[in-house]
Design a protein around this ligand. Sequence first.
Ligand code: 26W
Length: 819
Amino acid sequence: PIAVIADDPRHSVSGFTTEFIRELHNRQGVSLRDASLHDKFQATASAVRHYMVDEWLETKDKNAAAKQKTVGYLSAEYLLGPQLDNALLATDLTEIVEESLAQHGIDLAQVREQEVEPGLGNGGLGRLAACFIDSLATMDVPCIGYGIRYEYGIFRQTFVDGHQVEEADKWLALESPWEFVHPENAVQVNFAGHTETWTDETGRERTRWVPGWGVQGLPYNYLVPGYGTRRVNTLRLWGARANNQFDLKTFNQGDYVEAVRAQTFAENISKVLYPEDSTPQGKELRLQQQYFFVACSLRDFIENELEPGFDLHRLGERIIFQLNDTHPVIAVPELMRILIDEKGFEWDEAWEVTKSCFAYTCHTLLPEALEVWPTELLGRLLPRHMQIINLINVSFMAEVRATFPGDEERALRMSIVTEHPVQSVRMAHLATVAGSKVNGVAALHSQLLRDKVLPDFSALWPEKFTNVTNGVTPRRFVRQSNPGLSALVTSRIGGGWVKHLDQFDGLEPLADDAGFREEFRAVKAANKERLREVLHKRDGIDLPEGHLLDVMVKRLHEYKRQTLKLLHVVSLYEQVLSGKRKVEDLTPRTVVFGAKAAPGYRLAKDIIHLINSVAAVVNRDPRLEGRLGIAFPANYNVTLAEKLIPAADLSEQISLAGMEASGTGNMKFALNGALTIGTDDGANVEIRGLVGDDNFFLFGMDEPAAAALREQGYRPRSIYESDETLRATIDLIESGIFSGGRGGAFGSVTSALLDEDRFMAFADFASYLEAQEAVEAKYADQEAWTRSAILNVARTGYFSSDRSMRDYLDRIWHAGPVV
Ligand code: 26W
């Protein structure tokens, strides 16, 4: 249907075969006869990449000629997921490759399975970055994604006796066929040392940084093909390499080996992704990573992407650096340093340019997730940047005091540098002061950002704050991952939806078409069957047939409340055991969990252990007659998400209201025809607004109610005491039934709930159970359920990341397409 390269003679079965065999020979150095599956994957991938390279080079030329504004997306994480299918879709080669390989007795499905996904992100934030760069390419907008080429991505999760065990993610062990590395374009990045002043030829006092040590950044380029267009943008990830400036003193003392060893430590900088996705550890290496990729990226854009002689006073006309959370915020003083120390700008000129080059997205509301760097550390690692931050703060404080005279408390609250508990730099404040815009990621989140997280800043600069609701790419999360639904939808409304997802609204009338509903159900059933095969093979899990598939997949965090979902399962079990519910009255249901816990997050790991322990008992209890089960496949990742989401009936989005900034999984499920059970939180609010109350299972307190309850003094134990169902549920866990009779095994989880329940799961428990009853009632009427599922698909086209990008382009970036 897109046929961007249909005029290419290589775009045929025989044409691809030639490319494929050439790659097997020249790249892998094997004959077809001797090729391993791995060789076949490498050859397929690099042959497919051939079809994008001309367009990629052409895109560069187009950008250079157009001299329009580029989006520089600065993100410490990109959770890309597998690349082969995406590249096949972009080049319209899927059928051709399938046929070509089949002619040589090779199964494309098997080849696909060889790919190890680049897990260069933790969760929502990293996956969002990947969706955004996909959308920008598809919309013909010049964008460079800048980030870090971690040698080890997010850890591989395994379970040992139900406990999470982390293994290193050696995603590069078999090499990635998708990257182009350019060691000759290495960028020097410096650290530590001191600053000194000097007087230039004009008699002006200047500052320079005399670094203590440095490292090289190597650019690894990844192609980011648009769909149905010739644009192929670039994702440029930096890898650290020791430079060959030996420590001369050690070297001359004759300890050659020590001199080499001492400087290879620099290569650690891009070694591993930090697996914490909410509580920053304040580790020096993390700050090194942040500065490393940001310094490489700014240098790269200024020196390599702009034409020689470009007047940097106009830099803001050519780049907008989007700060994906606070992780890249050190780019602000870095640009100031480049402009002032290297390019000879005056402070005020440099500040005007800098402000026009940055905008900031906040992705959280948890106070503990807001990054703060001790000035001792920052000043030691980046002495010149620390000076610049202090100078920014001095003039910012002057502005605050001028606007609010005498309000010293306000000034202290707003200061970029805080004195407590230790003197530190608040990166969100720095980003807000420097950014031309600050946005949250869903309507509710942006409101809370203004009112609760940065209220003083929104009072000072109300027009700086805006909302851009997140989105997801329909290419990966519908077209590729759900071919059955894609074909069905295209048969009725045509294929334009892949680029214009609002066209899903054309499905609305089909919700009332019994024939369409039947086909829709058949697609869901086939997706469940596909998932059964995947889980059987991948995890040895045998999903029962004919169950309601109830799915909760996301990072393990208390605020997301996986325990609330588990309490629901345990309560159903308890009701059957105690005879309060007849087993025949249970809606046959399998609950699927997928979740990684940060390795240092004890309680999250205990919750994983509890889920696995409950699963081990519930799944084997014959009294349930196979009507209730838990599946917890280890190592949830993008590859698995693409199989799980299209198969789901029910999407669990049950965070405490006011805690989940947006959520993007919620959007993927709705677009694939799952119904949501959810709180009034994050983008759930907007999903419910669009699909309507009849097609969404709402429960729990809203944000003001939760805030009020907290204010008034929340006592979870009194809810436990008064709610009989809850009490029986908790008591069953404490009885030891899930731990071989040993009581107290899950005391950390139950006492966290009974004594504190930070995220008020008990307060929403009764309401959640009631909503689950409504789920069962609706599911019993398959026609009504399917109707709602279709309406979820029809009404959620708004959540395309193309729409998010349009919002950023119009309201924040003031940029547009180049064709
Ligand atoms: C360790 C420091 C740290 C702190 C926060 C690392 C990573 C974070 C991220 C901001 C956490 C994150 O991924 N946030 C999620 O961002 C998604 C995309 O906007 C939202 O949909 C999720 O609601 C939000 O939790």
